[in-house]
Design a protein around this ligand. Structure first.
Ligand SMILES: [Zn+2]
Length: 177
């Protein structure tokens, strides 16, 4: 989409901006956090409607593949009764890992919009780019950094709190000796 068209769309339909949808993905990240999971949330949007959602559930489900994107894409496929998502956009609060970036290529999704970059496992540009790899059979239109600060602050405050909890638990355990 050209920048001019994007601008017109945002002015005419502010509720349909990337920021609007990312705020929806952030709400799903909150649900993950309520489950004691790393707060990552995702939604799939088609024709300006949320058709699927997902949030990290790896710990709860004992499933290393239960990432927000994975769950959202699976739900979207069931919803549209198609394993191809040519006219859909995935919004996710954190840059996809190699597994999820690979899944997005398989899904043929049109757009990926993510918030925070992931310098450790991000495969939409940080450590490598599977989403726009010229040798793969599908390239995705990627927008990064949408509500990026909010998305990364949510993660860093979660890890900070978890580290403090672990430290407190260790202290409590050692004082019982
Ligand atoms: Zn993933």
């Amino acid at each position: 989409m050209s920048d001019v068209f994007k601008l017109i769309r945002v002015i005419m339909y502010p509720e349909f901006s990337d920021e609007y949808w990312m705020a929806e993905a952030l709400k799903r990240a909150d649900i993950a956090e309520q489950h004691g999971e790393i707060p990552v949330g995702a939604i799939v949007v088609q024709d300006n409607q949320i058709i699927a959602e997902g949030y990290n559930l790896s710990i709860t489900e004992h499933d290393p593949s239960a990432h927000a994107e994975m769950l959202a894409i699976r739900q979207a496929g069931k919803k549209i009764e198609n394993y191809r998502m040519l006219d859909c956009t995935l919004y996710v609060t954190l840059e996809p890992c190699p597994m999820c970036a690979g899944l997005l290529v398989h899904s043929r999704i049109k757009r990926l919009v993510f918030g925070a970059s992931d310098e450790k496992t991000g495969c939409a540009g940080s450590i490598m780019d599977l989403t726009r790899h010229e040798k793969l059979n599908h390239q995705i239109d990627v927008t990064s950094g949408v509500l990026g600060q909010q998305c990364s602050e949510k993660l860093s405050s979660f890890f900070k709190r978890r580290r403090a909890e672990i430290k407190a638990a260790k202290k409590a355990a050692s004082s019982q000796d």
